[in-house]
Structures are given as structure tokens and as C-alpha cells.
Write a protein that binds this ligand. Structure first.
Ligand SMILES: *[C@@H]1O[C@H](CO)[C@@H](O)[C@H](O)[C@H]1NC(C)=O
Length: 136
């Protein structure tokens, strides 16, 4: 009898958890959209990637933001990774929609990429995705 009670309690608990997990899937739509630019870093006996963070954070990204803001860019975060990571810098560009970013990129991509050699030995690559929540 006691065992049955415990088992049914566990079963009830498990179904509560699976219900709340399901509820979360549908009740947590994206709150925004991002494009993530990442810069490879290679360090070996014959090659050393370089990245000038002062230039990037004080000149390049404020300039890019001024170009993209009229298209709906909300802000950005610049993040550095440790030397052993495959990427040195990861920057998130926040927008409401992918279409806003596409329009910004179409208008300014060439002039932005032309300035990459001023601060980085590597050109950036990109992923995009949804922002589900932020907590700071
Ligand atoms: C170092 O990295 C460069 C750039 O990827 C590569 O061309 C070179 O072969 C590497 N050298 C060694 C010793 O791994």
C-alpha cells in the first residue's frame, strides 16, 4: 500500500514536470533575433591570429551600430573566448527580426568587411538564431 502511494506520487510528479516542460515550449516564444559574428583564432608554431580589441570595441562596433541602428538593430554584446577556444571573439547583434538584419547587411556589408583587416587577421563567420530570454 505504501509502495503504491509512493509510486503514484512519483508518477504524478513526473507528469507535472513533463507537462510544465511542454507548456514552456509553447509559452516561451522568441523575444528577438540575433546574428552572431565569430572570429577564428589559430595559434601554432608558424601562425598566430591577431585581434585588436581596442580598435574593434571603440571604433569598429560603434561604427557598425551607427550603420545598422536605422534598420532596427537594438544593441550588441562583444564577448572574448579563451586562447584554446576555436574562436577569439563572438559578437551578438540584436534585432527584432531577421529581415531587419538582412536589409542592414545588404546596405553595408561590403564597407564593413573592407575594414576587418584593420583589426583582425581573420574574417568573421556568422550564425543566426532566436533570443528566448535574457537575464542580467
Ligand atoms: C598553423 O596554422 C596555419 C593556419 O591554419 C597552417 O597553415 C599551418 O599548417 C599550421 N602549422 C602547424 C605547424 O600546425
Amino acid at each position: 500500500m505504501q509502495f503504491q502511494t509512493l509510486a503514484s506520487l512519483l508518477f504524478a510528479t513526473a507528469s507535472v514536470f513533463s507537462q510544465s516542460a511542454k507548456a514552456q515550449d509553447t509559452s516561451c516564444p522568441p523575444i528577438g533575433w540575433f546574428s552572431m559574428a565569430y572570429y577564428a583564432q589559430i595559434h601554432n608554431a608558424t601562425y598566430d591570429s591577431t585581434f585588436d580589441m581596442d580598435f574593434y570595441s571603440q571604433q569598429q562596433m560603434p561604427w557598425v551600430y551607427s550603420l545598422y541602428k536605422p534598420f532596427g538593430m537594438k544593441g550588441y554584446t562583444i564577448n572574448t573566448l579563451e586562447r584554446d577556444a576555436p574562436w577569439s571573439v563572438v559578437t551578438f547583434f540584436y534585432f527584432d527580426t531577421a529581415e531587419q538584419f538582412d536589409a542592414a547587411l545588404a546596405a553595408h556589408e561590403d564597407e564593413i568587411l573592407a575594414r576587418v583587416p584593420l583589426f583582425s587577421s581573420e574574417y568573421p563567420s556568422r550564425f543566426v538564431g532566436d533570443v528566448i530570454s535574457t537575464t542580467f
